[in-house]
Design a protein around this ligand. Sequence first.
Ligand code: NCD
Ligand code: ZN
Length: 344
Amino acid sequence: MTSEVQILTIRQPDDWHLHLRDGAMLEAVVPWSARVFARAIVMPNLSPPVMQVADAVRYRARILAALPPGAAFEPLMTCYLSDDTDANELVHGYANGVWVAAKLYPAHATTNSEHGVTDLVRIRPVLEAMQRAGMPLLIHGEVTEAAVDIFDREAVFVERVLGPLIRDFPELKIVLEHITTEEAASFVAEGPRSLAATITPQHLHLNRNALFAGGLRSHAYCLPVLKRERHRLAIRAAAVSGLPKFFLGTDSAPHLVDAKESGCGCAGIFNAPAALESYLAVFEEEGAVARFEGFASEHGARFYGLPLNEGTVTLVRDGRDMPERIGDVVPFHAGERLAWRVAA
Ligand code: NCD
Ligand code: ZN
């Protein structure tokens, strides 16, 4: 006999940060998300980025067309902010249900962010309009100055950019995406109710040693980059805390194996094939399985003001081996045995 949980049924979860890409890659990856999640916040960093209402309407249709027959999955579209975003058009698209949120990429912070915002001063009217409309701002929270050490870019962003932003826009709904540091976790925990954060599976499982384990490990490279162990422990504590400010956002970000295994490898980890299973392993290790459903299925929807899903998902402690490759992409946990499996 064992006291371990063998089967866990939770309300169907949502993914509040997902890269689905386009074309053949979209077709290859979207079934993995639709298998488990009811909805996902879809990142707009395509090339060219999703900036106009018409782009979003077309992209959403391509996502729906790429779903397996019978799959129910709702893509929630986001607008890529640039220095030239028009405040009226943006909130009009939000009021019409096209946009669910807008994404702030500081220019050159990450994959396909070269059209991002160069200085927040440039988008003040946009932020004012979003605050008035109640439209959430999703932030890639890293400064981009070359002089700032890459491992410090999130903590410096929190202090230099996020702090003043919240003082200037106290009612603006903000999601600090994929947090990786103690500084971000405590800032969000102590911040206003209008501030929340997503957490990825890789930042809960790995510290920066994973990037150099026996050699240079490009498949562990994502942005924000993995941090020291004390930061991993801090965001684990945040994830399992039960605080409604922290919720699931996989940041699943597939790149072709050749683009990862290169002299200049792309940032991004494809975790969709076992994201929910991967998160559950963390909650179990932390003795917090009872708080898993809140993190995976409730906190995010409540923050966005969307209804909770009605369906359920069952996970079984009857692991499976993650293959080394899925198509032309190397998934997170490749070659590892997973403790949990989502029941069909
Ligand atoms: C993302 C991507 O590849 O689009 N990469 C990543 O490392 N997370 C972009 C992002 O979310 O920063
Ligand atoms: Zn992302």
